[in-house]
Design a protein around this ligand. Structure first.
Ligand SMILES: [Zn+2]
Length: 598
């Protein structure tokens, strides 16, 4: 038996043989039977989806004297010559190696002559997007007024790179990736014809690895047959095919989730050692992050479909949305840098290390707003506090003991009564995608588990309301506000920063209207997750399930910027002092020299 590759041996010869492109073959067959075949076609789609095979079948169907119902006979001289690629009237041209204007002029001039033996002259231009602009322009003339005996079939993996002037003159067909089940079925048929016994799971692995390209799937099958001695098992396939792109991406994903710099570099080393291209690896990671992002944005708890769902779910479970977005931004920047500056490997390493390191930092924007709101960290305060290191906001850090230290710090200040202590730990690190009701609101969960660092989702505490919203009037809120702010400042400093100088304005029907000082703080508090944190903290201090409505503070009048609009004891600096040293304001005296003189 000669060793003919399966991809060639089982190349589809008729429309009926095409796998996974039913729409394309039906449409073309209809056009053929009605004799309404366009002059030019554009077949686009990823590799191995059947573009060139379909082009040949179409050429046969046009030329074959025995063609019936749009199907060529596949047996006559013409059909066979076309299948071999040496028919004199069907010319296959590779756009990648004939991309210049001279080659295209030749085609154009040649097209003027009548076909040698069949009805048409058919030009199949593969990888047409590779043509130069001049070549396209030369082609355009012929496309605009094609001789009646000429048909063009263009095939491309990058239809976006084909000029609009060309595509608009073609009948266009998009070749989809072939579904995994269809590939498995086709592999099964072929294996049966070859007399090879197979495990279906093994074929599924091959189909998955081929990413919707039948030609790749058949090449992989070849490889496994050669290595498996006539039997194809799951284990054999795994051994034969080695590590896939997904296998190589897995340790990198894991390292990113665990913020393990060493494991990250090891994972990258392995991938590069196995010949994985930095750009391809980068694209793999962007694809995974994107899948996680889409699922988060859709409030889905899992990435449902697509290749490498487990890896995407790892991101989904572990990283907060900000981190996913940041990761995508870093990687896309790196991709651009690869093109501009080169050093693809370094660019990728840099982006991924930044992604890990960024989780120890706070974003510049949040830092800015924090400082603008007076919630910044002075060295003195840092020294006075234990732990002295400023804690990144909960939304940016997921895994570094998120809940315990803050709650513990709140404890000595507050009396043990529920009404006074904020028991809410920082929010679940992934905002708004884990709604509280999906967890059983058991009272035990209200106490943050100090050592539960391994749990990927921090359950929001559920504090039951102890008083009705009606019983909570504005005076109570205004009186309790400084204390609330103090506790909030200890428990969730970021949120406290945004609420600096805030003031309860009204409370009605369970809605607390809150005046917010800066536009940025207002915007930030408009985020559902911030709002939820705030309402949770209010609940734990005031005991009522209030909803919050934030309104902007009026713009300061001209000349009045030095006049504080809030009571001195609620000045951010003062509040910070009282919060840090657990003190209270005893006396307020005016030290403004300008006012002293008057
Ligand atoms: Zn024929």
């Amino acid at each position: 038996m000669s060793h003919e590759p399966l991809a060639l041996k089982y190349r589809p010869r008729r429309f009926a043989d095409l796998v996974g492109q039913d729409v394309v073959s039906e449409t073309l067959k209809n056009a053929l039977t009605q004799d309404r075949v366009a002059n030019a076609f554009l077949f686009s789609g990823s590799r191995g989806t059947g573009k060139t095979s379909t082009a040949r079948i179409l050429a046969k169907a046009l030329q074959c004297p025995e063609s019936k119902g749009g199907e060529p006979c596949a047996e006559c001289d013409i059909c066979k010559a076309i299948a071999r690629g040496d028919d004199m009237d069907v010319l296959e041209i590779d756009g990648a190696s004939n991309r210049g204007i001279d080659e295209i002029r030749q085609i154009r001039d040649n097209a003027a002559y009548a076909p040698a033996r069949a009805r048409f002259k058919v030009y199949i231009l593969d990888e047409v997007h590779m043509l130069t602009i001049q070549a396209f322009n030369a082609l355009l003339k012929t496309l605009e007024e094609p001789p009646r005996h000429v048909k063009f079939i263009f095939a491309t993996t990058e239809s976006a790179a084909v000029p609009e002037t060309i595509t608009s003159r073609c009948q266009r067909f998009d070749f989809r990736r072939i579904p995994g089940a269809a590939i498995v079925q086709r592999l099964k048929d072929i294996a049966a014809r070859e007399g090879i016994s197979v495990e279906e799971e093994a074929l599924a692995v091959i189909a998955h690895r081929s990413e919707g390209g039948l030609r790749d799937a058949l090449s992989l099958l070849d490889q496994c047959i050669a290595g498996g001695g006539g039997v194809i098992t799951l284990e054999g396939v795994r051994t034969n095919l080695g590590l896939s792109g997904r296998d190589l991406a897995a340790p990198i994903v894991e390292a990113l989730c665990k913020r393990d710099k060493r494991a990250l570099l090891d994972g990258l080393d392995l991938a590069f050692e196995r010949g994985r291209d930095a750009e391809v690896l980068l694209d793999d990671l962007v694809e995974l992050l994107r899948a996680a992002m889409v699922a988060m944005a859709r409030d889905q708890s899992r990435v449902e479909a697509g290749p490498s769902t487990e890896l995407a779910n790892r991101f989904l479970e572990t990283l907060p949305l900000q981190q996913v977005l940041l990761g995508m931004r870093l990687l896309l920047n790196a991709r651009r840098e690869m093109k501009l500056a080169g050093f693809p490997r370094v660019q990728l390493e840099l982006a991924l290390l930044k992604m890990i390191l960024s989780r120890e930092l706070v974003s510049a924007e949040e830092l800015k707003s924090l400082l603008a709101a007076g919630g910044g960290v002075s060295p003195a305060q840092g020294a006075a506090e234990a732990p002295p290191r400023w804690q990144p906001p909960a939304t940016l850090r997921k895994d570094s003991q998120p809940a315990a230290p803050l709650a513990q710090r709140a404890a000595p200040v507050a009396a043990p009564s529920r009404a006074e202590s904020i028991v809410a730990p920082p929010p679940p690190a992934r905002p708004s995608f884990q709604s509280a009701p999906s967890h059983a609101p058991s009272p035990a969960r209200a106490v943050p588990a100090a050592s539960a660092g391994s749990a990927p989702t921090v359950t929001a505490p559920v504090v039951a309301p102890t008083v009705s919203v009606e019983s909570l009037d504005l005076p109570k809120l205004v009186l309790g506000w400084p204390k609330f702010m103090t506790l909030l400042g200890q428990q969730n400093r970021m949120l406290g920063g945004f609420l600096v100088n805030s003031e309860p304005l009204a409370v009605q029907g369970g809605v607390l209207k809150l005046r917010i000082q800066t536009a940025h703080a207002l915007k930030t508090l408009g985020e559902p997750e911030r709002r939820r944190q705030l309402e949770q903290s209010l609940l734990s201090v005031f005991g009522a399930a209030l909803r919050v409505e934030c309104v902007a503070a009026p713009a300061p009048e001209a000349g009045s910027e030095n006049t504080p609009s809030v009571a001195p004891e609620r000045h951010p600096g003062v509040m910070k002092l009282t919060a840090t040293f657990n003190g209270t304001v005893v006396n307020v005296s005016n030290q403004n020299p300008a006012e002293e003189r008057t």
